[in-house]
Design a protein around this ligand. Structure first.
Ligand code: 6PG
Length: 257
């Protein structure tokens, strides 16, 4: 089974250079192809590896004015709350570029998690209708240019946690949870069909604590605890590319390492 391309880096510096090169390349290709770059971010350490995008030469190469920014998952908190992925990305990345991205999605925290999920999906459906976001050819899903995911040591991606019912959602693009294993508890998240319909999906994992989940997600072997699912293993774009970016600590248990 094809588990995608694996890039193991010597250190975090090399990882972030390679990641930022890749993002700049997909950004350019997407803008050439359809005039926009629809990029999906996640929370956690991922944003810290993207910092070079606001430094030379990337700050000038990247056509920020054509960026549309989305979230693979978001915490149901105010936009200026420290737990907000929006705030994290804005403070550390998006507000530092001289040309602001064309559009940054944000959620309405005055409603319930369920309503926030419905509103976010509605907003994306509008953007598919207006052809800002591409539509998938073979499913009722958006086809984002690039979805960037982090991964937890339990193998969660976005806010899709092992054995959680959110993993089973097939008919919605966005679902919600009020019992996230990782705080804060209230979150909205893309579902697997949306992740697996993207043109390009990247999983970034670093550090020793991720080594086991990386091994289980990538190497073709039965899960040690068959009653526990591993969301990262369920990431396989049906008509797109998958790349795993990791440091050697996270890659240390891979069979081929
Ligand atoms: C979130 C996430 C989550 C994150 C992983 C990895 O909002 O919490 O999107 O899926 O990416 O938990 O986080 P770290 O990179 O910080 O370990």
């Amino acid at each position: 089974k094809d588990r995608g391309e694996i890039r193991v880096h010597e250190n975090l510096e090399e990882l972030s250079i390679d990641l930022v090169d890749y993002i700049a390349e997909i950004s350019e290709a997407s803008i050439k192809e359809h005039g926009a770059f629809c990029i999906v971010l996640s929370g956690g350490s991922l944003i810290s590896f993207m910092g070079k995008l606001i430094e030379p030469p990337y700050d000038k190469i990247v056509d920020w004015a054509k960026w549309y920014v989305f979230w693979a998952d978001e915490r149901v908190v105010a936009k200026n709350h420290d737990d907000s992925n929006y705030k994290l990305a804005k403070d550390n990345l998006l507000s530092k570029v001289n040309v602001f991205p064309r559009h940054i999605c944000s959620i309405n925290d005055t409603v319930s998690a369920e309503e926030a999920a419905t509103e976010y999906e509605f907003a994306i459906r509008q953007m598919v209708r207006s052809r800002t976001v591409a539509a998938s050819d073979n499913s009722d899903s958006p086809r984002f240019d690039l979805i960037l995911l982090g991964m937890g040591s339990d193998g969660h991606v976005a806010s899709l946690f092992p054995n959680h019912p959110a993993l089973e959602v097939k008919d919605d693009w966005v679902t919600f949870l009020t019992d996230s294993h990782k705080p804060p508890p209230e979150r909205i998240t893309f579902t697997l069909p949306v992740i697996n319909s993207a043109a390009n999906v990247v999983v970034v994992a670093t550090g020793e604590s991720k080594a086991n989940a990386i091994h289980l997600a990538i190497d073709d072997l039965p899960l040690p605890d068959s009653s526990l699912s591993l969301p990262a293993r369920l990431v396989h774009p049906s008509n797109g590319n998958l790349i795993w970016f990791m440091d050697k600590q996270a890659g240390s248990k891979l069979d081929r390492f």
